[in-house]
Design a protein around this ligand. Structure first.
Ligand SMILES: Cc1cc2nc3c(=O)[nH]c(=O)nc-3n(C[C@H](O)[C@H](O)[C@H](O)COP(=O)(O)OP(=O)(O)OC[C@H]3O[C@@H](n4cnc5c(N)ncnc54)[C@H](O)[C@@H]3O)c2cc1C
Length: 404
């Protein structure tokens, strides 16, 4: 009976297994370095598991940016709608939030993972935890470090679903990169995606405002503009709005060495309205009170203005209004990869055929975040992991049928 080895028990690997157990006459074994499966998946469920998005498919596919052409056929085979139906098949209901984001009813990953693992085990999938893949032996077998020493597994087909390089403590540490590069597989450097940034805050600003949300605000960079909120941290900025714009910010830092986020601190007012409001007589009001009463600028927003506009008190009204509508916030660096929500870079799609099999290593398939794509948060990450996992499973099936 052919053995299919799936390495990595995250959403991509588990979905590949799910696809393969449907086929009789094959043994499916999943190996994972960690003591239990799906740790990052469970972490993704902590703040509310946003598993996919309900927007029209064309918009959904557009979220994969420069990789949409390669992701599109995979998402069309197993996209947001199929994913929701699949979740419902596990006995878990989903709902669409106000922003179109889709969540399991309980918002958590644990009940879904529990039901899924139970079903996979029942279907005969063998799960081997504490099996760290070390690469290939000379004869092409798979090498694993286990608590009982090194184990060699001869597989008829292998699916690598080893994740990206962030949150290494959850298992995906990117240690696979040199193993594949040594076999001549092109791997784009792993880079932070959906990440925070460092800002050279003054000690006063950072002590006073770290942890505070800035909202509502419109942020823009490189022609992209989005309303939302973000948080001040001791060393910079993070949060949903920053993650959404993190790719162009990161790319600008990489190519030019500097990047600037532009903030509209008063999204509800036009520039003209703001100038008119701020031009009203101040009387005995302090500037801080005037800004609060006339422009709604207070707290952390006022702090940002003071931090980034050194001569605030002597700034003319129209310049002050212009700064509120277009405040330049220079960022100095991305936060480290390990802190990022996801990873850009990875195995180049050019190295894979349409079944996600490595052209140079026939019988070895790849899926999930270890492939070279990126997407914003909003359920796009998990959906692509599921879609690529499923495609790799289908690819193995087609490949074994063809050769077998
Ligand atoms: C805090 C946080 C919140 C998130 N929230 C969301 C969200 O709401 N929505 C969303 O769409 N996405 C979210 N994500 C991203 C999402 O969790 C990941 O994109 C997804 O888990 C990647 O799936 P994967 O199967 O490719 O890899 P992973 O889930 O990383 O799984 C890879 C597996 O491979 C194993 N492994 C790695 N190397 C080896 C080795 N050498 N040998 C054996 N096993 C190995 C690991 O132990 C791990 O179990 C979030 C991520 C984080 C960190």
């Amino acid at each position: 009976m052919p053995l299919i080895a799936i390495i990595g028990a995250g959403p991509a690997g588990l979905m590949a297994a799910e696809r393969l157990v449907a086929v009789d006459g094959k043994k499916v074994a999943i190996f994972d370095a960690m003591p239990s499966p799906g740790r990052k998946f469970l972490m993704a469920g902590k703040g509310g598991m946003n598993i996919t998005h309900a927007e029209p498919l064309a918009e959904f596919i557009g979220r994969y940016g420069s990789r949409q052409a390669v992701i599109e056929p995979l998402i069309k085979r197993f996209g947001p709608q199929q994913l929701r139906e699949w979740i419902h098949g596990l006995g878990i209901e989903t709902f669409v939030g106000t922003s179109g984001r889709v969540f399991p009813t309980e918002m958590k990953a644990a009940p879904l993972l529990r039901a899924w693992l139970h079903r996979l085990r029942h279907q005969g999938v063998h799960l081997h935890v504490r099996h760290r893949w070390l690469g290939w032996a000379d004869d092409g077998s798979l090498r694993f470090a286990t608590p009982d020493g090194e184990k060699i597994v001869a597989a008829d087909a292998t699916i690598l679903a080893l994740g990206g390089g962030s949150w290494a403590k959850l298992g995906s540490d990117g240690a696979w990169v040199p193993l594949l590069a040594a076999r001549g597989i092109p791997v784009a450097p792993l880079r932070p995606a959906n990440c925070g940034f460092d800002v050279a805050w003054s000690a006063h600003f950072s002590e006073r405002y770290a942890g505070q949300p800035v909202k509502p605000v419109i942020a823009s960079v490189a022609g992209r503009r989005q309303q939302g909120e973000f948080n001040i941290t001791a060393s910079g900025i993070e949060g949903g709005l920053i993650y959404a714009l993190s790719a162009p910010l990161r790319d600008a830092l990489e190519t030019t060495g500097h990047a600037t986020l532009h903030l509209d601190l008063a999204p509800g007012k036009t520039l003209e309205r703001l100038i008119a409001d701020l031009a009203r007589p101040r009387g005995r009001d302090s500037l801080a009170n005037h800004l609060r009463r006339r422009a709604g600028i207070e707290g952390v927003k006022a702090g940002l203005l003071r931090e980034l506009l050194p001569f605030l008190a002597s700034t003319a009204t129209d310049q002050l209004a212009a700064a509120i509508k277009h405040l330049s916030l220079p960022v100095t660096a991305t936060r480290p990869l390990d802190e990022a929500i996801s990873t850009a870079g990875g195995i180049a799609f050019e190295a894979l055929n349409e079944h996600l099999m490595l052209r140079n290593l026939p019988g070895v398939f790849c899926a999930g975040e270890m492939l070279d794509w990126e997407a914003p948060t909003g359920g796009y990450l998990l959906t692509a992991c599921f879609a690529t996992g499923r495609a790799a499973g289908e690819g193995v099936q087609a490949w074994l049928n063809r050769t077998g």
